[in-house]
Design a protein around this ligand. Structure first.
Ligand code: AMP
Ligand code: GLY
Length: 439
């Protein structure tokens, strides 16, 4: 089975790593990949993974590459190519591509669509409304006393959400999006949601159009600095499982969120195949959906795939064939944690090209995998090439043990200006008392 993975971040490194472990994998390519992905080898015969220098959004060249190499399965990591319809394009050329098609990817590519879908199908979410005119948008934000989240309708490189605590902040966000068009057409309409308080968790489900297999919950750490301070980032670290949902809580999510979502897709003719990743707030009134993503989370993927026992290729194939009801997900009992090491300045501007030392030392630890997000080769050296540089992932019996190993590995790795949070996975100690009532 020949596999092509699209994307270049830590999530894609984890997908490549896991796919390469399958005894079924005879070739793995990644476009464009990164320097860490290029070091992976197939478990079956030690053959190296090959990176092809084609951007994840260059659909015509990706299709040309696929026509030459004939992958049996293409796994799409990032949101943009999905929203652009890469799955539809590949399928129309007779190629099997895993991920939601363009219509299904609207759950992520249009926040207005996703919000209205939730309302049509009574999926618990924040009180919200959609606007394309600033006047009514401001009036709605005022009715919430400015405590709200203003969200650009379209994809905005992860920067399209402003969480506001005053009317001044809300008015500025509304003007930035709707008048100053800081996100261009993506901000031509906005969704404004009431501010929800609670514990935020990431939910993932593998969906084949009929069946949704729910993953254990994980938790990302979106702010750049310890104690959830500083600007929002793509994600500074994650761990799995979280202690915040017991079986009754998971049942409630199945009943109130996953089932009505699947029924809604069926009734609206949406054939969703791939990962559905709802961002959830566990509020005192129960779980509420903040947003839907139509792909694996990053860095959630790193911790999920460190624990997943199934063959990833079997799962993705079953997903495409509508046969997930014959698969069960199997998870290793360990807790997994991923600590992201970023370049100084991230999520703002940062320098690239800093040499990275200690990677071999860190990788020699048992139960550690260092996933690369933004790295490149410069001669014999591995250098930084992105905002998020590495995702140091470790697994052990229990969160505390996993944290300890992950941070010991992190301390082995050095590059100029390396920045990471020291409190990844520390929240269960502070938030554990606030569990929602699961019933
Ligand atoms: P999103 O991309 O929609 O998940 O938003 C980015 C982040 O903003 C989320 O991870 C939350 O931390 C926060 N956020 C989004 N919507 C809300 C909301 N309605 N209430 C409180 N926080 C929110
Ligand atoms: N972990 C955040 C994201 O993937 O959007």
């Amino acid at each position: 089975m020949k596999i092509l993975v699209i994307g270049s971040g830590g999530r894609e490194h984890a997908l490549v790593w896991k796919a390469a472990q399958s005894p079924r994998a005879t070739a793995v390519w990644c476009a464009p990949g990164n320097a860490g992905i290029a070091l992976e080898r197939l478990a079956r015969d030690g053959r190296p993974v090959e990176c092809a220098p084609i951007g994840a959004e260059d659909l015509p060249r990706l299709l040309e590459f696929a026509r030459q190499r004939h992958p049996d399965l293409t796994l799409v990591g990032p949101d943009n190519p999905l929203a652009m319809g890469i799955v539809d394009l590949f399928q129309s050329a007779g190629l099997r591509a895993w991920g939601p098609n363009r219509k299904a990817a609207r759950f992520e590519s249009s926040k207005v669509f996703a919000q209205q879908f939730m309302e049509r199908h009574r999926i618990p979410t924040a009180r919200a409304a959609a606007f394309s005119e600033p006047g009514p948008a401001r009036a709605f934000a005022e009715s919430l006393e400015g405590r709200c989240a203003v969200k650009a309708d379209g994809l905005a490189l992860g920067k399209g959400v402003r969480v506001c605590s005053s009317m001044a902040e809300a008015a500025e966000a509304i003007d930035d999006f709707l008048i100053r068009r800081v996100h261009g057409a993506a901000g031509g309409s906005v969704v404004i949601q009431e501010y929800l308080e609670g514990i935020e968790v990431s939910l993932h489900a593998m969906v084949d159009g009929r069946t949704a297999l729910l993953f254990p919950t994980s938790q990302d750490h979106k702010q750049a600095l310890d104690g959830d301070q500083g600007p929002n980032t793509g994600g500074m670290g994650a761990y799995c499982p979280t202690p915040f949902l017991d079986e009754a809580g998971i049942d409630r999510i199945q009943r109130e969120i996953i089932r009505p979502w699947l029924d809604g897709c069926r009734s609206e003719g949406i054939d969703y195949r791939g990962i559905l990743y709802p961002g959830l707030m566990l509020t005192r009134q129960g779980p509420k959906v903040l947003e839907f993503n139509a792909r694996f989370g990053d860095p959630e993927t790193q911790v999920y795939l460190a624990r997943l026992d199934n063959d990833l290729i079997d799962l993705c194939e079953a997903c495409l064939e509508g046969a997930l009801d014959r698969q069960g997900l199997r998870w290793r009992p360990e807790t997994a944690i991923c600590v992201v090491m970023a370049s100084a300045g991230y999520p703002g501007s940062y320098v690239k090209g800093r040499p990275i030392r200690g990677l071999t030392d860190a990788a020699s630890w048992p139960n550690v995998k260092v996933f690369h997000a933004g790295t490149a080769r410069a001669g014999d050296e591995m250098v930084t090439a992105g905002g998020r540089v590495l995702g140091v992932t470790a697994w052990a019996a229990g969160l505390e043990a996993a944290r300890e190993i992950a941070y010991q590995a992190v301390e082995r790795i050095r590059f100029d200006g390396a920045h990471y949070r020291r409190d990844i996975g520390a929240r269960p100690r502070t938030q554990g008392q606030e569990r929602m009532d699961p019933t």
